[in-house]
Design a protein around this ligand. Structure first.
Ligand code: NDP
Length: 480
């Protein structure tokens, strides 16, 4: 099946009529093709967005909100079809797409449909000067949204929804590796009555299509989620044009487990935070630090719990771990495992590729646990982004805090303890944008989301996203 770009409310072929193969990770087969879009396609998307901007930015908040709620409703109605497309395109278990990815895509639209009606700006009375200042929050114009392959529709809509809610028009690119649900979104946008040109979806390679969006002089802001290296490149291209940038990048997140935690809940959640979505979530806890007094017990129980996870075809209801997203990604992850000794660790569980019946050419890998001795090793410093975690013991709070922070990333951290004072001490000192205590991935869409250090700059989520997608203007009025 060939998918198309969605420009000015219409599905269109790429200008060059050049295409890229789309793979099914569960069996390695090519099952369709996607547009290999070039500058002209991005330019067409930009022109459509620019033409739509004046009218969309003046569309009442009620009307914008109504259309976005309709998009949310249609995503929910089409959940089975969208979830199946996501599982096939990405390799994730169908039940994960059904319970997490697609509901969240609908929630993103519904949340910002509501949030925009509550978004307000500040006023400052200049007492003694007979003047009042107020801040107008105006949409930026045409903005670019670029998203990765791990949570395809979930992260695509996480950017698009606040962008259009705030009155911008968008040129968006999903990952070339998982384009399918973004493609299907086009017909939903049309059915919901989103005016032509408000959202334009251009498919293609990061280095051509993505690059064209970032380098386009008329696209004034870029919201990007993806790898740190790509983020650094995007920042370089965008900086001389003084574009507004929001960069949500990689992570190497610590899970810190103290002996006073609720053990069973911790164990169950740590299995999930390590291997959900094949470990391909930027928020997964990939470095597990366990208080020495219970390290041996944890190690035995963790291995036992992980050994129960079933690797299988995404469409098999008993599957816990589906296929990795692509062959190159599988090979990258496998390289870390195969070189574990050289990289400072010892594989104590898993590590092998898996042959799944009737899907022998799929990209399956066992959930893998590697024991490390020193946080400075490669396995604890580099993002692997697969079903691989490291474990190591620690002796006290200061030691573990130092290790948790001794990494170039700072996206999220998970802390397991019932000591309130320690919770506060560690949470305050940990270098991360998000800290979960006695839970993981509990998301409230009103909260600021983003990382520090090499995990990115800027915050999205809630009003932070609406602030990013608007330009504040101060208006000062003097009166007698
Ligand atoms: P990439 O950085 O490779 O790609 C992300 C997106 O950017 C894709 O759409 C890609 O297109 C595009 N792209 C690639 N090169 C360029 C370029 N030069 N200019 C513009 N766009 C470009 O990341 P992955 O897709 O591999 O995603 C995995 C990464 O994303 C991990 O590091 C993960 O930690 C991070 N991530 C961060 C999250 C966060 O919230 N902080 C959440 C989820 C993931 P194409 O795919 O076609 O190459």
């Amino acid at each position: 099946m060939n998918i198309k770009n969605y420009i000015n409310g219409e599905y269109v072929n790429p200008v060059s009529d050049s295409w890229i193969d789309n793979y099914n990770p569960s069996n390695g087969e090519i099952y369709g093709q996607i547009p290999n879009s070039i500058n002209e396609d991005v330019e067409n998307g930009y022109k459509a967005a620019k033409n739509a901007f004046l009218s969309w930015s003046e569309t009442s908040l009620d009307e914008r909100s109504k259309i976005m709620s309709k998009i949310a409703q249609l995503i929910t109605e089409k959940l089975p079809e969208l979830a199946a497309a996501e599982a096939k395109d990405n390799g994730k278990p169908l039940h994960v797409a059904k319970s997490i990815d697609i509901p969240r895509a609908a929630a993103n639209f519904q949340f910002f449909a509501n949030a925009i009606t509550q978004f307000a700006s500040e006023a400052h009375e200049s007492v003694g000067h007979n003047a009042i200042n107020f801040t107008l929050r105006q949409p930026i114009g045409v903005v670019g949204c670029i998203s990765p392959w791990n949570l395809p529709l979930y992260l695509f809509t996480w950017k698009i929804a606040p962008a259009i809610a705030a009155g911008n028009c968008v040129v968006a690119k999903p990952s070339e590796i998982t384009p399918m649900t973004a493609y299907l979104l086009g017909e939903i946008l049309t059915e919901a009555g989103l005016p032509k040109g408000v959202l334009n979806i251009v498919h293609g390679l990061g280095t051509t299509t993505g690059q064209a969006i970032v380098a386009h002089p008329g696209i004034k802001a870029i919201s990007f989620t993806g790898g740190t290296q790509t983020g650094a490149h995007i920042a370089k291209v965008a900086a001389p044009m003084f574009k507004k940038l929001s960069l949500e990048l990689g992570g190497k997140n610590p899970a810190i487990i103290f002996a006073d935690c609720d053990y069973d809940e911790m164990l169950q959640t740590t299995v999930r935070s390590s291997f959900a979505n094949q470990g391909q979530i930027c928020l997964c806890g990939s470095r597990i630090f366990v208080e020495a007094s219970m390290y041996q017990k944890f190690k035995i129980d963790f291995i036992a719990a992980v050994s129960k996870l079933k690797v299988g075809n995404p469409f098999d209801t008993s599957t816990d771990i589906g296929a990795l997203v692509s062959r190159p990604h599988l090979e990258k992850v496998k390289k870390y495992i195969d070189n574990a000794a050289q990289y400072g660790g010892k594989v104590i569980f898993g590590g092998a590729t898996v042959s799944v019946d009737n899907s022998e050419d799929g990209y399956y890998l066992e959930p893998t646990i590697i024991e490390v001795q020193d946080n400075s090793c490669t396995l604890n410093q580099e993002e692997i982004f697969g079903p691989v975690v490291t474990i190591m013991p620690f002796n006290d709070e200061n030691e573990v805090l130092a290790m948790a922070n001794d990494v170039s990333y700072g996206l999220s951290a998970t802390l397991w303890t019932n000591d309130l004072k320690r919770t506060m001490r560690v949470s305050k000192q940990i270098q991360a944008g998000i800290v979960w205590v006695n839970t993981w991935l509990l998301r409230d869409l009103r909260t600021p989301f983003g990382g520090v250090k090499n995990s990115g700059v800027g915050r999205e989520g809630g009003f932070e996203a609406l602030r990013f997608f608007t330009e504040p203007k101060n208006i000062c009025i003097k009166y007698n």
